[in-house]
Design a protein around this ligand. Structure first.
Ligand SMILES: [Zn+2]
Ligand SMILES: [Zn+2]
Length: 411
């Protein structure tokens, strides 16, 4: 009764019926995956180590380095390390990292009208959308995969996270430590978080060693360890963090320099040994510095899910059509049926990997998606940039495929 009255005053928001496996906080302003316990654990570890630093090391250094007049810089740097670590941690773990909104029935119907790539004998119902679709884009063949959960053609670099149950733009990986998928909208924060933790950890270890050395001169090494146990604990925890995080930070530095995601690196999407000599990474800039500049300082893409929007009748009807995947309707043929089909079964499955001899990568305008050539905010936007060595400096070819999902998921 109270809930019904509350809903009369405060209408339902879309995040309250969101089909993915996400949790929402602060009236939908923040979101994460279901597994947030490790994120909270990470935050507690950072706060505890910082508290030990301020309680033991910073206080000792302010007093004992005071003659040099620089003692105050130690707690200031500690505060900056704590602030940026926590800021990047929660920015990575508590924002929409790039969810692709699921297709609505009218979009699926449009996609069905394009269902002309059904390979003969695939075992699927005739007229059903094909699982893969290849388009020519920027001199490469781009193969898009149909997501049976989200009912859409995944744009290039997108992938479906089974834990979060969403498709993500520029999917990198699902990180349990930050409690979120790392994808297009939070990758820079994830990388900055790793780098900040590694640098802060090294800084704190240096302070720990300085404290123990200075204290040892006054009271001996054994008494110094007993007097400043916080420095010892801090040194051990910071050492573990540095060992584990610095390696990850270096790996992502290497990936950014190559302009690849972890997912693409694992799959070997742009690996000439796996995909053929003609394959190249169309997203790579002219040099590593431009890659870093784009990743760290590039435009911040808008969220495509209107999670704080009011529940519309269309959205409600779509939800009631199929709770498991609100874009699906009973009229949409499902993929792939196990039952015998009128077409003789073909033991050869449709090709799953890009043709290694092809010159192309893949790109898929979807049934519900209209390919445009101009940027436009508020739509699902896939930007593919390619540096062609035959072009002059500054003539990097930029093409934008705007997969129009107008009317849905805009914020
Ligand atoms: Zn999906
Ligand atoms: Zn995930």
């Amino acid at each position: 009764m109270v809930k019904a009255r509350y809903q009369l005053i405060m209408p339902l928001r879309k995040y309250q019926k969101f089909p993915g496996n996400n949790r929402f906080w602060c009236c939908g302003a923040l979101m994460s995956s279901r597994q947030v316990s490790i994120l909270i654990f990470c935050a507690i570890i950072i706060v505890v180590v910082s508290a030990l630093f301020f309680a033991f090391d910073a206080r000792f250094l302010v007093v004992n380095v005071e003659p040099l007049g620089v003692g105050v810089i130690f707690p200031v740097l500690g505060v900056l390390g704590l602030y940026f670590s926590m800021s990047f941690l929660f920015k990575t773990g508590c924002i929409d990292s790039g969810i692709l909104p699921r297709a609505l029935p009218d979009e699926i119907a449009y996609m069905q009208s394009q269902g002309d790539e059904e390979p003969a004998g695939s075992g699927r119902t005739l007229g059903a959308p094909a699982r893969y679709k290849t388009v020519q884009h920027m001199g490469q063949k781009v193969k898009l995969k149909w997501c049976v959960t989200c009912n859409l053609w995944r744009p290039p670099r997108a992938s479906h996270c089974g834990l979060c149950n969403n498709c993500y733009e520029n999917f990198d990986h699902h990180c349990p430590w930050v409690g979120n998928c790392v994808a297009r909208r939070n990758y820079r924060y994830f990388y900055l978080f790793l780098t900040t933790i590694a640098v802060t950890g090294v800084y704190m270890m240096a302070c720990n060693i300085t404290v123990i050395v200075l204290a040892s001169k006054k009271m001996g090494f054994g008494d110094a360890l007993k007097t400043y146990p916080g420095s010892v604990i801090e040194f051990c925890v910071s050492g573990l963090a540095v060992i584990s995080v610095s390696g990850l930070s270096c790996m992502h530095t290497w990936l950014i320099a190559r302009m690849e995601t972890t997912n693409e690196d694992i799959k070997g999407t742009f690996n000439p040994r796996k995909q053929g000599r003609t394959v190249h990474n169309p997203y790579r800039r002219r040099n590593c510095c431009l890659n870093f500049l784009f990743v760290i300082c590039g435009p911040f893409p808008p969220s495509l899910i209107d999670r704080r929007g009011d529940m519309t009748e269309e959205y409600q009807a779509a939800l009631e059509g199929d709770n498991s995947s609100y874009g699906a309707t009973s009229s949409v043929p499902k993929l792939p049926p196990e039952s015998p089909s009128p077409v003789p079964p073909n033991p050869t499955p449709p090709p799953l990997a890009p043709d290694p001899t092809s010159e192309v990568i893949s790109m898929t305008p979807t049934a519900s998606m209209e390919v445009r050539t101009e940027g436009e905010e508020g739509v699902v936007q896939v930007t593919v940039e390619r540096s062609d060595s035959s072009h002059g400096v500054g003539e990097d070819e930029t093409q934008q495929l705007i997969l129009d999902r107008a009317g849905h998921g805009q914020q």
